[in-house]
Design a protein around this ligand. Structure first.
Ligand SMILES: [Zn+2]
Length: 425
């Protein structure tokens, strides 16, 4: 059945637009479209119509495991990794599937319809890989789940990790991952980047590495990643995730590094909620923020996406799958307060991340997939400010989630009982 959305505002500011969907695709976008017979018609009342949120970096094998088997007391990345190591041997496949499916429900309710998730391949049983491949199929009707083969304990440092990673790729995992800063030495880290990029080049796969996730100003793995991207002709297919050391690097060195990344078309993913809580833990005062140099990377033409990274797991005790929360934190930590920069933060959880994932048919133009979210806001900046309600979420031309509009019930004499306070000017 056709779906016609009337009177929406678009992210670029155009107002009074209708969107018509048929056969799972957007077929028309413009003012005052004619409704086909029997079309379902929804009045957007001037609300913001956006393509769905996209999470460029997540860990779905660990999500919703907070407190298992205990809580991360120090709050550091390294205790998180150790804690995950304790949890791993006790993981049950059904429990991973159940938690992942639950998270995907939360995600859809928040208009988050595409997630790139890393999956740890260091457990030789590859339980989590099997579980998430299963989840990927289960959620396909309503959510795109892309998987990255992630050697959490180091592809060289952990025994058998390279073989396990290759097996995971054989089983259908989509992207080659890595963690060079966790290898035993800087040289091993560089070697891991070389061999993983070559593996990806041989197999025609994208690369997405946890890269320089530390406060070490001398960590240089992103430089190596850009070098091998260029050498192997992988431009546009490689992503450096986290890049937190760049926050602490010498400014002169960064003035050389960022153009090298732009030249190699390496994408960058920052994880604002996690970076601001995990980095700077060895500092007294002042404490470093730790997020990578988002505005500078964007200004150089690097595609920058934001990821949620963690929700209720050994590394992070909070989170709801709300990419507006992620973008809002990115905006604050990066001090991206101009109108253009706030807009760029909205792009980092929509179009930029879609580009990083290589999503086909993403967007609001005719011919694109009929996937979108209607927000209770008039602009992307207002959506960020309000963390706006997702009034409806549409996948393939069908409504898959609805949330009530935010209202305030006023009990004052002479005032109506309930007013829509967020949309009132
Ligand atoms: Zn991560």
């Amino acid at each position: 059945m056709a779906l016609l959305l009337r009177n929406a505002t678009l992210p670029d500011g155009r107002t009074g637009h209708d969107l018509l969907c048929e056969g799972g695709r957007i077929v028309a976008l413009g003012p005052q479209l004619a409704a086909p017979p029997q079309a379902e018609v929804i009045d957007a009342q001037g609300g913001l119509l956006s393509p769905p949120f996209v999470d460029a970096h997540f860990h779905m094998d660990a999500t919703l495991s907070y407190g298992l088997p205990r809580v991360n007391e120090s709050g550091t990345l390294l205790e998180g990794i150790a804690l995950w190591g304790e949890l791993k041997p006790t993981l049950q496949q059904e429990a991973i599937v159940e938690r992942a499916l639950q998270y995907c429900d939360w995600a859809v309710a928040k208009g988050l319809l595409a997630i790139r998730s890393h999956v740890d391949v260091c457990d030789p049983r590859l339980l989590a890989v099997e579980a998430l491949l299963h989840v990927k199929q289960r959620v396909k009707p309503y959510l795109d789940l892309q998987l990255v083969a992630f050697p959490q304990d180091g592809v060289l440092r952990a025994k058998g990790a390279l073989e396990n990673l290759k097996r995971a790729l054989q089983m259908g995992v989509d992207v080659v991952g890595g963690i060079p800063h966790f290898e035993r030495t800087m040289a091993d880290g560089a070697e891991s980047v070389r061999l993983l990029c070559e593996l990806a080049a041989e197999r025609g796969l994208p690369v997405d590495m946890h890269c320089d996730e530390s406060d070490d100003p001398l960590s240089r793995h992103i430089e190596t990643l850009a070098f091998h991207t260029q050498r192997l002709g992988l431009q546009g297919r490689v992503t450096g995730s986290h890049l937190t050391s760049m926050h602490s690097m010498d400014n002169y060195y960064v003035s050389k590094l960022i153009p090298l990344m732009a030249e190699a078309q390496v994408n960058a993913v920052a994880n604002p909620l996690i970076n601001i809580t995990l980095q700077g833990r060895h500092d007294s005062y002042p404490k470093r923020r730790g997020m990578t140099r988002v505005p500078e990377l964007m200004a150089a033409g690097v595609t920058v996406g934001f990821g949620h990274d963690c929700v209720m797991d050994p590394w992070y005790s909070l989170g709801t799958g709300d990419m507006l929360e992620v973008a809002q934190m990115g905006l604050h930590v990066g001090q991206m307060t101009s109108q253009a920069q706030m807009r760029a933060c909205f792009d980092a959880v929509t179009v930029n991340s879609a580009k990083i994932l290589g999503l086909q048919g993403y967007g609001l133009a005719p011919g694109c997939r009929a996937d979108f979210v209607l927000l209770q806001a008039r602009s992307p900046v207002e959506a960020l400010r309000l963390r706006a309600a997702r009034l409806i979420v549409v996948r393939g031309g069908e409504v898959v989630a609805r949330s009530p509009a935010a209202t305030a019930a006023l009990q004052l004499p002479g005032r109506p009982g309930s007013v829509d306070w967020t949309l009132r000017r």
